[in-house]
Write a protein that binds this ligand. Structure first.
Ligand code: AMP
Length: 176
């Protein structure tokens, strides 16, 4: 079975969570299977092989799960991008629109050196709003978006086009 087939067997659809009309892709069954977790990390590593990446930045909170594992596998530093008010040191922030209201994410201002090539990682690409904001944070710190990695992309939302102005290097293991 391919990694996509293996993942599709266990990813759970939770209808109307966290609000009516949303089909939430629950990745917690992946986390219960250590061999599958390793396979996920190896699949990312294979697809990113030979790429010029200095840092992996994971987006709170599910982007921390495989983001840190992948950074460790590739012997790269890991940087957390968090929701407002969570990071203890000096931060820079970026706000973006959600379906209802707005959200703000932050990164430590010393997270990486100017010129660093940063791979942004999250569990899932939906509208792209979160990773676009994260990409702006990377650029505000003088970094370069080296690419994106997602376990899942909701391709029916056609949001990849929003990312290509930062990087066309988009890796996703499962598409819906
Ligand atoms: P977006 O900014 O619209 O691309 O949303 C991406 C963020 O929201 C990611 O951090 C996801 O974890 C979460 N998310 C959005 N839609 C879903 C969904 N259908 N299932 C699970 N997580 C989602």
């Amino acid at each position: 079975m391919t990694i996509e087939e293996q993942l599709k067997e266990v990813i759970r659809d939770i209808v109307d969570f966290p609000q009516p009309g949303i089909v939430f892709k629950d990745i917690t069954p992946i986390l219960k299977d250590p061999e599958l977790c390793t396979a996920v990390v190896e699949a990312f590593a294979e697809r990113l092989q030979g790429q010029d990446i200095d840092v992996i930045a994971g987006i709170e909170s599910r982007g921390f799960l495989f983001g840190l594992m992948l950074a460790n596998r590739l012997s790269l530093p890991f940087v957390p991008i968090r929701k407002q008010g969570k990071l203890p040191f000096k931060t820079i922030a970026e706000s973006y629109k959600l379906e209802y209201g707005q959200a703000t994410i932050e990164v430590h201002e010393d997270a990486f050196a100017p010129g660093a090539r940063v791979l942004l990682h999250d569990d899932l690409l939906a509208t792209g709003g979160t990773v676009v904001a994260a990409s702006k944070l990377v650029e505000k710190l003088g970094g370069i978006v080296a690419g994106y990695s997602f376990v899942i992309s909701l391709d029916f939302l056609n949001s990849r086009g929003r990312l290509t102005r930062f990087s066309e290097n988009i890796v996703s293991l499962v598409g819906y």
